[in-house]
Write a protein of this length. Structure first.
Lengths: 126, 222
């Protein structure tokens, strides 16, 4: 199970992207995960809480968008969506397919943050 | 409080992918063909690789290997008996190899002098599929003792492979191995993939495998 190292990378990347927003809190992290990415959402969710602890990502929701496998079928001259990953045949014509168009994604799509309130007034050091 | 959405659109394994791309460029410019061997524990990756290294050396090729395991350097010692330079990568619990581990263990090796570099991954059919190691060819191995439906159970790995190797065919019969079903299952998951039916013990199928390697090296060099 490599989900912990995957979410640890997510937390690192998100934390790096916060450099321009000092003091911001992350509300939501949105991932895109293809059906061939070999990761399990339950395990991602479980590990995410652990990996986020003590970072600006702590407390954020993890939203996973699952992407089905799509492949190009020469016989049908179009991209088709597979129902699962047990057979790589065109659901329309039954042809075996090898031209993968989608399904291996393992990406951070976006994050939603709450920015720190702007400081008002002048700070005086006693 | 203002909330804001920041589009990141970046690969989660971006760092690994970038390192792997760098490695691939190094391998290509050095003219070395790199293969990543992936299977379950016990498929016989090491025995298959021992025979491959021995036979390639007998044919005058310069070969080297990196071998990944959680613990012990047993496999490196077995492989080194072939006379090839071999380094063990101990992951200490990590279930797959990453590009950085490969990069570190190449320190001090003259890649220019090599014809083939084999990377034997940690025995695991799930996690290694996500990690590019900069290889040219990913090889999925499956033994006759494992069941013909392995490719259906682990489609993510088999679908990402460039070649498949069936090992231990010398004991196919007593195992009741159904060859036609196994070949059909591999083809359902990775249509058109080259499949080699081999035995590290008897040497069956090795000629075909070595011929394939030489042809692939030819492509890599051109």
């Amino acid at each position: 199970m490599h989900e912990l190292s995957i979410v640890a990378s997510v937390v690192d990347s998100v934390t790096e992207s916060l450099a321009a927003y000092p003091g911001a809190r992350v509300l939501e992290v949105r991932l895109r995960v293809g059906a061939l990415a070999a990761v399990v959402e339950d395990s991602l969710q479980f590990c995410f809480g652990i990996a986020a602890e003590g970072t600006p990502v702590e407390g954020a929701r993890l939203v996973v968008k699952h992407l089905p496998v799509t492949m190009y079928c020469n016989a049908c001259a179009q991209t088709v969506e597979l129902e699962g990953v047990q057979s790589f045949r065109c659901p329309r014509c039954g042809e075996l397919l090898s031209d993968l168009r989608q399904g291996r994604e393992l990406e951070i799509e976006s994050i939603e943050i709450e920015e720190a309130p702007a400081r008002v007034g002048i700070e005086v050091t006693p | 409080m203002t909330t804001r959405i920041i589009e990141l659109r970046q690969g989660i394994l971006k760092k690994n992918d970038e390192l792997a791309r760098g490695l691939r460029d190094r391998f290509t410019s050095a003219g070395v063909l790199v293969l990543n061997l992936v299977s379950s524990p016990g498929t016989g990756k090491t025995a298959f690789l021992e025979r491959t290294l021995r036979e390639l050396r007998a044919r005058g090729a310069c070969v080297a290997a990196l071998v990944g395991d959680l613990e012990t350097d047993n496999d490196a010692r077995r492989l080194a008996a072939s006379g090839a330079p071999v380094r063990q990568i101990n992951t200490h619990g990590i279930c797959h190899l990453e590009a950085e581990m490969v990069s570190k263990h190449l320190d001090g090796w003259e890649l220019d002098g090599l014809d083939y570099l084999f990377i034997e991954n940690v025995g695991n059919l799930v996690c290694p599929s996500s990690y590019d190691l900069g290889e040219k060819i990913r090889v999925a191995l499956l033994s006759v003792t494992e069941g013909e439906d392995k490719p259906l159970k682990y489609p993510t790995l088999f679908n990402s492979a460039d070649a498949a190797v069936i090992t231990k065919i010398d004991i196919a019969e007593p195992c009741g191995f159904d060859r036609a079903t196994a070949l059909n299952n591999i083809n359902e998951i990775r249509p058109g993939i080259r499949v080699f039916e081999t035995s590290a013990k008897t040497g069956a199928g090795m000629d075909e495998w070595l011929t394939y390697l030489a042809a692939q090296r030819g492509h890599a060099a051109s």
